[in-house]
Every structure is written in structure tokens, then in C-alpha cells.
Design a protein around this ligand. Structure first.
Ligand code: Z5A
Length: 210
């Protein structure tokens, strides 16, 4: 059986990392040991890209460079990690994937959607998640959560308006692909967010344990 790709998306401080830990625990109890990865990152090359794109000193990075760097990380991750894992029947939990490029570089930076779609086709081999959990919450709530974590990275220093555009693009994508997206209320308590995610994964889990 081929594996499953589950992606987590959302704005800053939405609680993706927190949810990944909870989901891992839950899936383990169901006899599934998921492979955890993240974007940008997940490979040696990708982690190098992550350091570059988040570096505050590189504030002059143009939108085109940013978009291409995100896809450089993704091209490597897809070929080196995701496709081999799926071929072995593994479940892959990925903290952000291509929807983040539509939201941040498309919505946030105004890069044309067709350009991102073209990169998705050839650089990311058109790999599509089975389910995308979109952790949705007001921008100010997420930013307040993230503020307690120390110095901001290059993208976190953007204005609220940027993050409102990111959120808007995520929500539009969720409306356009309701069969893939599950919108979670990320302003709820962590246990309640986990419960929503577990419910959203119910149909996939039923395929494993009918
Ligand atoms: N990026 C991009 O532009 N284009 C792309 O294609 C890709 C990425 C793939 C790095 O992503 C940046 O790269 C990101 C988008 C961009 N830039 N931004 N902004 P990242 O995922 O590593 O970084 P992040 O978005 O900044 O994630 P995050 O802020 O670390 O958020 P999180 O993982 O979703 O949240 P968390 O760490 O689980 O929780 C944050 C805090 O809130 C923490 O103190 C928790 O204890 C607390 N928390 C979590 N859940 C709750 C609930 N339910 N209630 C209350 N408090 C909570």
C-alpha cells in the first residue's frame, strides 16, 4: 500500500509544531509511526535553505529569490524523503508544504499563482497531500503567541497586512479544494485542536483499520 502525505499549514504561531507532537503520539497509539519533516528544511540542503531564508540580515532578498529558494528546498525534500517514504507505505507528516508558497509568496508577496503552479509541477513533481490540516486563527492571536519566543526571523518582521494576505490566500485555497483541506479552529486549546485533527484524519485511519 502506498503511504499517505499529511501536511500542516497556518500562519505564524498557529500551533503546527504543538499539533505535530500530539498527532505523532496519537498515531503511534494506532500503530502508525509517521515520518516527520518540515519545510523549508527536512534535508541537509533544505536546512541550509531554511537558515538562508529566515536570516534577518538578508532583508533585501527579492520575492523571486525567496520563491525559488522555497522550491529548491521542496525539490530536494520530495525526491530525497517524501517520495521514497510514500513508496514504502509510510505516513509522512510535513510541517508546511506547497500551500505555504501559494500563501506566503503568492498571497503575501504577490507572486503570480501560475508561476507557483508551474514550479509545483516540475520542481515538486506535482506531489499533492492526501490531507492538509489548515490551522486558522486571527493574525494578532498567532503573532502574540509567537512574540514570546525571542528575536524575529526575516519573515516574522513583516507587517500585519502581509500576514492578513497570507491568511486570506490559505482560506481561499481551502475553499477551492474542500476534498483535501480540513480547516481547524486553531484559537482553541491545544487538546481541542488535536481532537479536531484526529477527527479530520478519521477517514484515512479507517483505511488502515477498517
Ligand atoms: N515559508 C514560506 O514563506 N514559504 C514556503 O513555501 C514555506 C515556508 C514552506 C518558517 O516556517 C517560515 O517559512 C514561515 C513561513 C515561511 N514564516 N513565517 N512566519 P515555520 O513553520 O518554521 O515557522 P512559523 O510559521 O513561524 O511556525 P511557528 O511560528 O513556529 O508556529 P507553529 O509551529 O505553528 O506554532 P507552535 O510553535 O506550535 O506554537 C507557537 C506558540 O504558541 C508556542 O508558545 C505554543 O506553546 C503556543 N501554542 C500552540 N498551540 C496553542 C494553542 N492551541 N493555544 C495557545 N497557545 C498555543
Amino acid at each position: 500500500m502506498s503511504g499517505r502525505l499529511i501536511t500542516l499549514e497556518g500562519g505564524e504561531g498557529a500551533g503546527k509544531s504543538t499539533l505535530v507532537s500530539g498527532l505523532c503520539r496519537y498515531l503511534g497509539e494506532q500503530g502508525i509511526e509517521p515520518l516527520l519533516t518540515r519545510e523549508p528544511g527536512g534535508t541537509a540542503l533544505g536546512e541550509g535553505v531554511r537558515e538562508l531564508v529566515l536570516k534577518p540580515e538578508l532583508r533585501g532578498m527579492c520575492a523571486e529569490s525567496e520563491l525559488l529558494l522555497m522550491f529548491a528546498s521542496r525539490a530536494q525534500l520530495v525526491r530525497e524523503v517524501i517520495q521514497p517514504a510514500l513508496a514504502q507505505g509510510r505516513w509522512v507528516l510535513c510541517d508546511r508544504f506547497t500551500d505555504a508558497s501559494y500563501a506566503y509568496q503568492g498571497g503575501g508577496r504577490g507572486q503570480p499563482v501560475e508561476r507557483i503552479a508551474e514550479l509545483e509541477r516540475w520542481a515538486a513533481c506535482d506531489v499533492q497531500p492526501d490531507i492538509t490540516l489548515l490551522l486558522d486563527l486571527p493574525v494578532h492571536t498567532g503573532r502574540a503567541r509567537a512574540a514570546g519566543r525571542g528575536p524575529s526571523d526575516r519573515i516574522e518582521t513583516e507587517a500585519d497586512a502581509f500576514f492578513e494576505r497570507v491568511r486570506g490566500m490559505y482560506r481561499r485555497r481551502a475553499e477551492q479544494a474542500p476534498e483535501r483541506f480540513r480547516l481547524l479552529d486553531a484559537s482553541a486549546m491545544p487538546e481541542a485542536v488535536l481532537a479536531q485533527a484526529i477527527e479530520a484524519l478519521g477517514p484515512l485511519l479507517n483505511e488502515v483499520h477498517p
